[in-house]
Design a protein around this ligand. Sequence first.
Ligand SMILES: C[S@@+](CC[C@H](N)C(=O)[O-])C[C@H]1O[C@@H](n2cnc3c(N)ncnc32)[C@H](O)[C@@H]1O
Length: 215
Amino acid sequence: MEEIARQIARVLAEDGALFLNLSSTGTDPWIAADVAGRFRQRLTLQNRIIWVKSISINGETRGHFKPINSCRFLNRTNEEIYHFTKRGDAVIDRLAIGVPYQDKSNVSRWKQGRDRRCGGNSWHIPYETIRGKAGRHNHPAAFPVGVPLRCLGMHGRKGLVLDPFLGSGTTLVAARMAGWNGIGIEIDDVYAETARQRTAEIRGDESRVQTVWKG
Ligand SMILES: C[S@@+](CC[C@H](N)C(=O)[O-])C[C@H]1O[C@@H](n2cnc3c(N)ncnc32)[C@H](O)[C@@H]1O
């Protein structure tokens, strides 16, 4: 993991960002923090985001999660996204992923004059539907396209996105939708082919290159 951190820091643009999505388990609740810690020597943790897959508010549940059968652990309804940058001072576009004000009098109160405020570091992004393996593009760990889309939006400046563990290609799908260039690396032939097909299906700026490399 240290070598991965070293290589990512080497290729990252000066104003670039690494969005590292990690999940722990009931029996090892430290995994996410431990893995993120391996990047600490090379990069600066600028934001820590909780990706909420499902939440219950006032007795109503929004979103889905995979229930576990346990008398010890709660169902895990979130994962973490660590936003690393070179020095912790990269400018982000908070309003691009912001939310409207509840109290509209705030619109004129703030200098930017838009009905938009920062939505915070808890992102409720449910899976689109309850899915079996096939519904997740034949990948057991595919995330919804809303996750990379929000990361790209928060970063703001369009550029080149690299996903060195591409899986079924969700990051490149988001890149194409948002008009970014993208490169993906995937070790598994079947997943790489799925990624190729998924990105080819997305209409975007056709001049933008989407490359899937076999890792
Ligand atoms: C957690 S999955 C990524 C899922 C992806 N976010 C999606 O939405 O489909 C991680 C992927 O990394 C791939 N992988 C593991 N080791 C790799 C390596 N050394 N080089 C390239 N890909 C690798 C696995 O085959 C797996 O598909």
